[in-house]
Ligand binder design. Structure first.
Ligand SMILES: *[C@@H]1O[C@H](CO)[C@@H](O)[C@H](O)[C@H]1NC(C)=O
Ligand SMILES: *[C@@H]1O[C@H](CO)[C@@H](O)[C@H](O)[C@H]1NC(C)=O
Ligand SMILES: *[C@@H]1O[C@H](CO)[C@@H](O)[C@H](O)[C@H]1NC(C)=O
Ligand SMILES: *[C@@H]1O[C@H](CO)[C@@H](O)[C@H](O)[C@H]1NC(C)=O
Length: 431
């Protein structure tokens, strides 16, 4: 424990910048982490019979060894480099301003970002956004934010939503160097923790975990989703139209089992590789099946991952989002406001949705959870500008692997420890 605390504090010794934030959390954070990493290792290894060890423990020995090393030897080696996250942030007509804000609140030079403004948005809006990204002093200097230049037509509830997500994932695989997790967000999503919090906490996780909310209990969706056959004109028309229904209905598949869940997820690089490269035919046949499925983003990845033996055991049944449904649930979750603030914080989730553009609750999140002054980039250990005369300290990019986790890291850690507990992790995989 003492050793870990020591490692934590050496890891943080470079952090000199307190943007409206005091340092009371450093000690509890170090202690909290020491305890929970032990819990995590215990839950992942000791309580599992050797034969049932999760596949990631056998497939990436590097991770395990470096983690296990930290505890017994107590050397002052800092944790390995933080993981890299690859984000898709997408929007449609009128979303450019929300996209800019979400991007500024999500930004970290260590990560990679793809921004997509779909074809429904006018060319001028897309051009303006591209110019903004291109002219941004930090984005252009670091070069880790790219816009999809050949925008896609995306139909709400249609399979073009999934093809757009796969497209962005393919762009990230090809152009963004090495990354560990792919996270799909929209312009109406917003983070509740800083990227330093997220990178710090995720650096203690096996890199091939997939955060995906799922169930095979498809219930009413069998009749309303699995049996109808739809066509998405977005696949072949150049103007947006809604999906249309074919009068015949089809039966529920027997070649694979259907799973459904939230359309929000954080997927490992190895699973994205598997879906994009398609060396196994499953991701491809399931994709073709979902071409005629209503709301395919709520089923495609879920069905693939749970029918793939080599990935089933890497699922964590959660979408990392706080989403508030009305009771009884309507078709859409309700828009979050100041009244939802304490529920959002208590959920320990790193992201929330959905928000109205520039709702006052976003200012509150910026101020109280992200410590982000208006109009500036999300602060982090990499921001080394002096911030003189009210300039953004993040305009000067320092060492991008220096993290300065704050209270958000403690919340996130609570969530991950609970998700990976004996009660929640294995028993909720692909059930
Ligand atoms: C990805 O993000 C979009 C939001 O732009 C969302 O609507 C979609 O359902 C997400 N999920 C998948 C699996 O495509
Ligand atoms: C996944 O876990 C189950 C039991 O938890 C085990 O029987 C199975 O062999 C594991 N699969 C892989 C590919 O490791
Ligand atoms: C900040 O403002 C003061 C007084 O207006 C000026 O003397 C100083 O050069 C400014 N510093 C920077 C970095 O612009
Ligand atoms: C960046 O920070 C990390 C962690 O503190 C350190 O190990 C590394 O040497 C630093 N890199 C540079 C170029 O200073």
């Amino acid at each position: 424990m003492k050793q870990l605390a020591l490692i934590q504090s050496t890891h943080h010794q470079h952090h000199r910048f307190g943007i409206g934030m005091d340092r009371k959390w450093v000690l509890p954070l170090a202690l909290g982490l020491a305890v929970s990493i032990l819990l995590l290792l215990l839950s992942l290894t000791l309580t599992t019979p050797l034969s049932l060890l999760p596949s990631f423990l056998t497939r990436s020995p590097v991770f395990v060894e470096s983690k296990l090393h930290i505890i017994p030897t107590g050397t002052t080696t800092p944790p390995p480099l933080p993981p890299r996250l690859a984000y898709l942030v997408s929007g449609s007509v009128g979303d450019a301003d929300s996209l800019k804000r979400t991007l500024a609140a999500l930004y970290h030079p260590h990560n990679a970002y793809v921004v997509h403004l779909d074809l429904e948005a006018p060319e001028a809006e897309r051009d303006a956004l591209r110019d903004w990204v291109g002219a941004h002093p930090v984005f252009s200097a670091v070069g880790n934010v790219r816009m999809i230049t050949k925008a896609n037509l995306v139909t709400y509830r249609g399979p073009t939503m999934v093809s757009n997500t796969l497209h962005a994932a393919a762009v990230l695989l090809r152009e963004a160097g090495y990354w560990d997790w792919f996270i799909n967000l929209s312009a109406s999503d917003y983070p509740l923790v800083t990227q330093d919090d997220l990178l710090h906490t995720f650096s203690y996780l096996p890199r091939d975990l997939n955060f995906i909310d799922h169930t095979s209990d498809i219930g009413w969706k069998e009749f309303h989703r699995a049996k109808p056959v739809i066509i998405d004109p977005g696949l072949y028309m150049s103007k947006k139209q809604d999906v249309f229904w074919i009068p015949q209905r089809r039966s529920v598949p027997t070649a694979f089992k259907l799973f459904t869940g939230s359309a929000w997820m954080a997927l490992s690089r190895s699973f994205i590789d598997y879906c994009i490269w398609g060396w196994d035919n499953l991701p491809r046949t399931v994709l073709m099946y979902y071409a005629n499925f209503l709301s395919s983003p709520e089923g495609y990845f879920h069905t693939v991952i749970c029918n793939a033996k080599e990935f089933q055991n890497t699922t964590v049944n959660h979408d990392l989002h706080f989403i508030a449904w009305d009771n009884p649930p309507k078709q859409h979750p309700h828009y979050l406001t100041i009244k939802d603030m304490s529920m959002m914080v208590d959920s320990n989730a790193p992201f929330a949705r959905k928000f109205h553009r520039d709702d006052p609750v976003l200012d509150k999140i910026d101020m109280e959870l992200l410590f982000r002054p208006p109009g500036m980039l999300l602060p982090g250990g990499w921001c080394v500008g002096k911030g003189e005369n009210g300039t953004d300290p993040c305009l000067v990019v320092g060492n991008t692997t220096v993290l300065r986790p704050g209270p958000g890291a403690i919340r996130l850690e609570r969530l991950t420890v609970s998700l990976l507990s004996e009660k929640n992790f294995r028993p909720r995989q692909c059930k």
